[in-house]
Design a protein around this ligand. Structure first.
Ligand SMILES: Cc1cc2nc3c(=O)[nH]c(=O)nc-3n(C[C@H](O)[C@H](O)[C@H](O)COP(=O)(O)O)c2cc1C
Length: 163
């Protein structure tokens, strides 16, 4: 069975709302994917092994991922080379429309690329990964659900092609 992880940090709940919507979208996709949603605090870096797709979510802090997610990335040097070929994605929430949300997603995707992971962009909507600004509205949450669906299908496709 294909396995996908949504790993996130959220202090005041917005990034968590996004993670829940991404999970919902993934579970409602046609893909045969087992999807898990976990707070980064409850995850050991070695838990990252064994997933075919990993999506990281972080609030935008000073235009960058928060320290909790960066800590996981820094610890991931212990499993360097073992995530090669795994599907990767990222999402973020911020207070302001141009408050550094895209730079935050790109910073996350850069780290995933260094692991050799396969990153998927989108020709429509939020190109790099979903973004919520302020309190999430229905359009933003729908974008998260759509992202979950796309990532579940893509992960299933990539994992299936390796069998
Ligand atoms: C330490 C800190 C730094 C922040 N930096 C930014 C920032 O650079 N740009 C921005 O738009 N919002 C910034 N924010 C606001 C958060 O990104 C925003 O409230 C986010 O939705 C919080 O996510 P959460 O509810 O999942 O904790 C910052 C918040 C904190 C606490």
């Amino acid at each position: 069975m294909t396995r996908m992880l949504i790993c996130y940090y959220s202090k005041s709940g917005t990034t968590e709302d996004m993670a829940e919507s991404i999970l919902q979208g993934a579970e409602n996709s046609e893909a045969r994917v087992d999807v898990e949603m976990r707070k980064v605090e409850n995850l050991d870096v070695k838990d990252l092994l064994g997933y075919h797709g990993i999506i990281l979510g972080s609030p935008t802090y000073y235009g960058l991922p928060c320290a909790e997610i960066k800590k996981l990335l820094d610890e991931s040097v212990m499993i360097h080379g073992k995530l090669d070929g795994v599907v990767g994605g990222a999402f973020t929430s911020s207070a302001n429309p141009a408050g550094g949300n895209e730079t935050t997603i790109i910073a996350l995707l850069e780290a995933l690329l260094i692991h050799g992971m396969i990153v998927k962009g989108s020709p429509s909507g939020d190109h790099y990964g979903p973004v919520v600004v302020g309190d999430p509205d229905e359009k933003e949450l729908e974008q998260c659900r759509e992202y979950g669906k796309i990532m579940a299908n893509f992960t299933d496709e990539i994992a299936g092609s390796e069998d």
